[in-house]
Structures are given as C-alpha cells and as structure tokens.
Design a protein around this ligand. Structure first.
Ligand code: ADP
Ligand code: ZN
Ligand code: ZN
Length: 814
C-alpha cells in the first residue's frame, strides 16, 4: 500500500476532464491542496496540477508525481470542496475551478534543469533507444547545450526516454519553479532626458514616433495607457524604452489607494437610526445562533445600508470571526475602501481586478496569514482564503456583475451561500432594487426579508418629474434637453448645487454611419459597430479590442458620405455648451476613464465641488454618495427597455431608481427629471414613483406567464466557430443529441429546449456564435444531463471545429 494523489491537471478540456491518479513517491512531501508537477499523456510531458485528494492504495499501475511546487497547501480543504461544487455547477474543469481560488500572480512556470552526474555510464536494463539518446546527449559540450538538446528532443518526441534515463540515474533533473508574481506597482513610462535633450539622435519607427509624440504631450502614462492612446501594442512601448528614448518606472498604486484615507474613526461612534438598528439586530442575532442563513435587505437609496454594514462587520470581528463585503464594481471601491480603512485600518484587505498582480498576491497572503480579517472586493473576492467567516455581505446584490461570464461561470450568490454553509455564517444581500430572483426567494420565506423604508437623513426620496419628449418635439423643441430640465439645471447652477445627468450607454458611444446605405461601420471581426474615440482619434471595438484608423469610405456601398453619430451624443455635448456656457462639466465615459486611476480622482474632484455637472452612463448611476447633488436628469434610457432579453425591464427600472437615488442625499431635498418618449410605459411610471414592490409584482407576473427565471432556470449552450455553416451544423447536431438523450432520461422536472439560433451578436472576435436555450430546473439530474451533452457533444464529428460551453442562468442578451 502506498499513497495515491488525485490531481486536477491544467490544460484539460471539459470533455475529458477528471481527477488523474498518481503515485506519491516516498521522498515527496505533499498534502492535499499543494501544487505538483505531473507527467501527463502519452509523451509524459510535464503539467502543473493541484492535489485534490490523497488516499492509500495500490499504485503499481500509476505514474509517479514528478515534483512538488509547494510544501504547504495553497488551497484549504474547504476551498477544495468548493472547487468540486464549482465544477459540478458551472461545467468547468477541475483545474479551472481550483485556479480561480488563487490570485493570478500565483500561476507558476516550470523550467527543468538537466545535468549528467559524474562517472555515469549506462549499465543494466535500459532500452536501446534510450542508450542511443544518451550517447548523443553525452557529447554536449556543457550544461547549457545539454539542456537545449533535451528541450528540443522533448518538444519533438515527448519525454518517455528522458524519464527512462533519469530513472536509470544517468541523467539528473531538477525543477525550477517560477511564480509569475507581478510587481507591486504599475509600469509607467516617460521620455528619457537623453531623448528630450536630443531627439534627433534616435531613429524611431513610425509607431515609436507616435508614442514619443504622445509622451511629449502628456508627460507620463502607464504602459497600457500609452499603448491604448497610440493604438499600438505594449511591445512598441517596450522597444521605445529599450532604445533608451523612454524610461519605465514603477508607480505604487497601493499608496495611491490609501492616500485619501480620512484619518481614523471608530465604528463604535456611529449611532444607528431605529430602522438601521432593527436590521442590525436581526442579522447579529442570527450570527449568535451560528446557523447559516440568508437575509435580503431591501433599503431605499440613502437609507444608510453602509452604516449597518460597518456595525455588523465590527461586531463580527469582535466575535473573533471574519467578514467579507462584496461590491459590484471597481469604480466604487475607493470610496468604500477609504471609509473602511479609516474604520478598521490594516485589518482590511482589498481584492479587485484593478490591482496589480503583486498587490493581489500581497493581499492574498495577508488574508491567509490571518493579518487581515475583513475582505472587501469585487466578484472573485468571494473565494478569499478566510478560515472563519462569520458574515458575507453582497452590496447592490441585483447587479449582473456578480455573475461570472467566463469559466468558471459562477454566480457569486451561490458561492457565498456555499461558504456560509461551511462556516455557519450569515449571508446578507442588500439593495434598493434587489434582483427579481432574490426578492422572489425572500417573498417565499427562503430568505429573511429586512426593510429600510426611510432615508437616513429623513429627507424624502427625490421628487420625480416625467417629461414627455414627444410633446417637446411637437412644441418646437428639437434639443436633447427638455425645457424643464434646462430650468432645473440653471436653478442648480445659480444655487451652487450639483447635478448628475444619466445617458444610455448606447447613446454614449460615437459610431460612424453611412448617409447613403445607412449602415454603421462594423468591426471586421464582430457584428458590432466600431466606436470612434476622440482622444486617440481611432475606431475601436469594445468586444475584441480591434483598433484602426477611421475609414473614409463606407465598407458596404463605397460611399464617401460618412457621418459620426452617437445617437445624439455629439449634439448633446454641443447643447450642453450652449445652454450652460459657464458650467464646469465632468464627463465620465469609457473614453475619459479608461484609466482606473482617473475614476477615483474624478469622483473625488466632483465630490469636492470642482464640477457643477457630471454626465455619464450606468457607471455613475449606482452606489455613489455625493451629498451636494440635488438634481438628477435622466436623458434617454428608453432604448434600454428594448435590449431584447428578459432582464431588460429589470435593468432599466433598477438603473432609473438608483440614479434618481443619487439626488438629495444630504440636507437638501432632491429633484429628478425623467425624460422619455414613452411616458405611458408602466416601467417608466413605476420608476418615477420609485415603487420597487409595484415593479416586482408586474415583473413576476410576466415571468410566471412566460416561464422565465426565477420560475425556472435557464441554461445557455453557446457554440462558436470560425464560420457560420460549421457552427450551425454543430449546434444542430447537438440539439439532435439532446433530444435523444432527453427522451431516454425522462427527467423528473419539466424541460424545454429552444433554438438553435444565432446569438444577438452573431460574431465576436472573428468567431460565429449560436446558442441553444434550455429552460429547466437546476437539479443534480439536469446538471448531469448538461454535463453529458457537453462531453458527448464534443465527440460528434460535426463538433470537431466548434467550441461549446454551458452557462447556467447566464445572460441571453449577448
Ligand atoms: P445607501 O447605501 O443605503 O444608499 P448610504 O449608506 O450611502 O445609503 O447612506 C446615506 C447617507 O446617510 C450617507 O451620507 C451616510 O453617511 C449617512 N448615514 C447613514 N447612516 C448614518 C448614521 N447611522 N450616522 C450618520 N450618518 C449616516
Ligand atoms: Zn454605405
Ligand atoms: Zn471586434
């Protein structure tokens, strides 16, 4: 009897993924949760894996592990179990599931170093091929050449013979593991002194020249930003640096995040209102019980949910346990972070994608060591390696960013529930506009519903005036601004109060369109119009990252009559200038905020009163607290209602309610103007009333009749391939297979299969896309079915060139 390690191996496809068993050599000291190096496949090439399980048994038929990366587990038992759950529920591979538990900086690369031990000569039993190989290797002039020879040999022939030689003791191998630790800073770039004093002495390529011109103008930028602005790759910037014309230096982002910390405050000093106290007591009471449970806090905008979180987190750590606060977007992090740092200091760890790899690794280590017992972060922070969780809070819980759109395609809510179950912890979901799914569960008593109906400041919710834009047009006002809104903005300017204007996302991008055939200019790889970015003068695709010079001719009809239009954006900007010439306007959009640093600075400047008006898309709509904002204008969100998926009403209602809720959060009462061409639409009316419950009743009725979540689950099967015929044939073959298997299975719960159809964006990144929707119940039986369809589907001949994944309750709209 010896030890067997069951390993999640990297680089496997779902259709042949499983745990692979290896013998653990006597000399190798490993435990469950350690990373290892394994020989894989016929050629025994090395791969990284994670040990999921160790057991005793007969290892005679097994290959031995090649080496261990870690001496101590990097993934705890709880998270290993969670990985198994993730695989079953999101149809990813074991390795994908364990990988998401680790910060990206922890990926390792292996380099093997070979040497020939002294006095070694092949003796005894060894194959002739191995003997022959050895004699050629023995001729190498030194270790460097030896290693090159072996590397080339392995690439071509696999490593069976090499392994044989190692076992025979005539070749020694040593693995060197290198972690891709990023640096704890962001790479910045500026022109060198030498270049600035004598540019003529450098001969630059046209692309480098472009970057140099940009840097001369802007002084410095991050490498990424410089590349973006010049429409070149990072490599061009790197070459510029290599030539000596520019220098790279580190910018400590971490410091940057902390800069604004407002001194220290004591959570004990906050006094909760009666409503807040009640909510707090209910949750704390449950924490004392030490039984897992879920609360849904429905609190109107400005009801002071954050203060309740602070108190509860303080209580959690006083109980000696740990707390997690999840927020939907990185843009909201700094404000929240600053507040929590001033309350809890170094006990807070932050995890979000805006941090460099090195920073994320640092934070991960602080959590793992137990130095940080409060974790704040976006979606993936839910996997933070806390060991004794008492409380998980999901703020703005209705946001779709909590659902992962890439493998593993998990729902943060599910993972949080799993972890609370393991830790006997409480999950608190909170929002002014909960998702229909969550509210439905609260209504049925699965979640405990808590409510805060009043604003903390006890000022009422903003009063909303709806403006019928059809009437404006009839009465001769062709502008983007209703007369009412202009009046209100002027009033605010006069009183020195701030205003926020919300635009539809689509209306915020400038696209190029043809006056003759009325076609927009599409991305060459995607069925998505390119958007024009004024700042770098280029056309860009937001889906695949394509960039190009603006076109002069319509690609569809050859006409040269092209206009740029942003569904009114440009006109809107001009009008803003003419109506409010003296106003200080902050524009927040993808173009001006591509840098994650400018987010924070812009919001801080606005908060400090350096601007009168902030205009932007959903990103300004949620979660932010600006006490001096008293007016909110919703310019055009009509289109969002018709986005074409069953969640578009929910999204639009939530967006309007949330943005209106940005107003009147301080002493003074807020007003809102809601401009629309469809004033009779009930969603508009409910949003104007900020009547969440009314909205919920209407929406759940529709979902019941139409059978949409939460009345069922919806599994999206997404197919992609290089050409449309291939992808369609693949999807057709899979649906045929599904129907056969469904007949055999006779599932216990109802199932409806719809499709295949072309996805709303039929082509992205050059890949054609089809989907099948399966309405079902997310039961073990159905998950088994889905897994089988994916595995068997991948083996169909029609699927040879098609990629397929399944996304449970993923978005239909894309
Ligand atoms: P929500 O997240 O529910 O929309 P916030 O948590 O941002 O609301 O609170 C709204 C405002 O009320 C904030 O400016 C906050 O500082 C203030 N506030 C809330 N609760 C308290 C309290 N207990 N004591 C002092 N100020 C509070
Ligand atoms: Zn045309
Ligand atoms: Zn594209």
């Amino acid at each position: 009897m010896s030890r067997i390690a069951e390993v999640a191996v990297s680089g496997t496809a779902y259709s042949f993924d499983m745990l692979f068993s290896y013998a653990v050599p006597e000399w190798l000291n490993i435990r469950e949760g350690c990373r290892v190096l394994v020989p894989f496949g016929r050629g025994n090439k090395r791969r990284i894996g994670v040990v999921m399980k160790i057991s005793e048994g007969d290892t005679s038929a097994l290959k031995p592990l090649a080496d261990a990366v870690d001496a101590e587990p990097v993934i705890s038992g709880e998270l290993l179990e969670l990985a198994v759950y993730l695989r079953e529920h999101t149809f990813c591979t074991y390795f994908e599931a364990v990988k998401i538990m680790l910060p990206p900086g922890m990926g390792v690369k292996v380099r093997e170093k070979y040497s020939i031990p002294r006095n070694s000569a092949v003796q005894g039993e060894i194959s002739d091929e191995a003997r022959e190989l050895f004699s050629s290797l023995a001729c190498a002039s030194g270790e460097k050449e030896l290693n090159e020879l072996i590397e080339n040999y392995i690439t071509e022939n696999g490593r069976l013979l090499i392994d044989e030689l190692c076992e025979a003791g005539v070749l020694a191998s040593n693995n060197v593991f290198r972690q891709n630790v990023g640096d704890a800073s962001v790479k910045m770039v500026r022109l060198s002194e030498k270049y600035l004093s004598d540019p003529q002495s450098f001969s630059l390529t046209p692309k480098q020249q472009k970057a140099a011109v940009f840097l001369a103008e802007y002084g410095s930028a991050s490498v990424k930003e410089a590349a973006y602005m010049c429409g070149v790759t990072d490599t061009v910037i790197k070459r510029l640096t290599a030539s000596g014309a520019a220098v790279e230096y580190d910018m400590e982002v971490y410091r940057h995040v902390e800069d604004g910390s407002e001194g220290s405050c004591d959570p004990e000093d906050t006094v909760l209102s009666d409503e807040q106290q009640k909510v707090h007591d209910a949750v704390l009471g449950q924490m004392f019980e030490r039984k897992p449970s879920v609360f849904l806090l429905h609190g109107v905008t400005g009801s002071g949910k954050t203060s309740v979180f602070e108190k509860l987190i303080n209580d959690t750590i006083k109980l000696g346990r740990q707390a997690m606060l999840l927020i939907p977007e990185i843009g909201l992090t700094p404000q929240m972070l600053r507040r929590f740092r001033s309350l809890f200091g170094e006990r807070v760890a932050v995890i979000h994608s805006g941090l460099s790899l090195g920073q994320r690794l640092d934070e991960y280590k602080r959590i793992k060591r137990g130095d940080a017992d409060i974790v704040i972060g976006t979606r993936s922070a839910v996997f933070a390696p806390l060991s004794d969780i008492g409380l998980i809070i999901i703020d703005e819980e209705g946001e779709r960013t909590y659902k992962s759109e890439s493998s593993p395609r998990y729902s943060t809510h599910d993972i949080a529930k799993q972890r609370c179950g393991k830790h006997d912890a409480v999950l608190l979901l909170a929002s002014a506009t909960p998702s229909i799914e969550s509210y439905y569960l609260a209504e049925r008593g699965v979640y405990k519903l808590l409510e805060m109906k009043k604003r903390y400041s006890s000022s009422p919710l903003p009063e909303v005036t709806m403006v019928d834009m059809n009437l404006e047009r009839e009465e001769g006002n062709p502008s983007e601004f209703s007369r009412r809104l202009v009046e209100e903005i002027n009033l605010n300017l006069k009183n020195g109060e701030q205003s926020i204007l919300l635009l539809n996302r689509r209306g915020y991008h400038t696209i190029i369109s043809c006056c003759d055939c009325h076609q927009p200019v599409y991305c060459p790889n995607c069925s998505v119009p390119l958007t024009f970015h004024k700042r770098n003068g280029r056309m860009m695709c937001h889906y695949c990252g394509y960039t190009g010079e603006p076109v002069k001719k319509c690609p569809s009809c050859g006409s040269e009559k092209l206009i740029s239009m942003g569904f009114g954006t440009q006109r809107l900007e001009e009008e803003l200038g003419t109506y409010f010439p003296s106003a200080r306007i902050l524009r927040m959009d993808a173009d001006t905020t591509f840098s994650r640093y400018s987010y924070e600075k812009n919001f801080a400047d606005f908060r400090n009163g350096e601007y009168d008006i902030m205009i932007g898309t959903q990103m300004i709509g949620k979660g932010l607290d600006f006490p001096n904002v008293t007016l909110v204008g919703v310019l055009s969100v009509d289109k969002a209602l018709y986005a074409g998926d069953f969640r578009s009403y929910e999204r639009t209602f939530s967006l309007i309610t949330q943005v209106v809720g940005r107003g009147g959060r301080g002493e003074r009462k807020g007003r809102a103007v809601l401009q629309t061409f469809i004033p009779d639409h009930y969603i508009m009316n409910l949003a104007a009333e900020q009547d969440y419950k009314g909205f919920y009743r209407e929406e759940i009725a529709i979902r019941k009749v139409m059978v949409f979540p939460p009345l069922c689950d919806m599994c999206i099967f997404c197919f992609t391939a290089d050409d449309e015929v291939t992808v369609k044939n693949g999807a057709d073959a899979v649906i045929a297979l599904m129907n056969v298997r469904l007949k055999e299975l006779q599932p216990k719960t109802p199932v409806r299969v719809l499709g295949p159809v072309r996805c709303s964006y039929g082509r992205i990144g050059g890949r054609y896309r089809y989907r099948i929707i399966m309405k079902c119940k997310n039961t073990a039986e159905m998950r088994g079915f889905i897994s089988r369809v994916l595995t068997e589907g991948a083996k169909l001949k029609e699927m040879a060139k098609v990629t397929l994944y399944a996304d449970m309750n993923g978005d239909v709209g894309v």
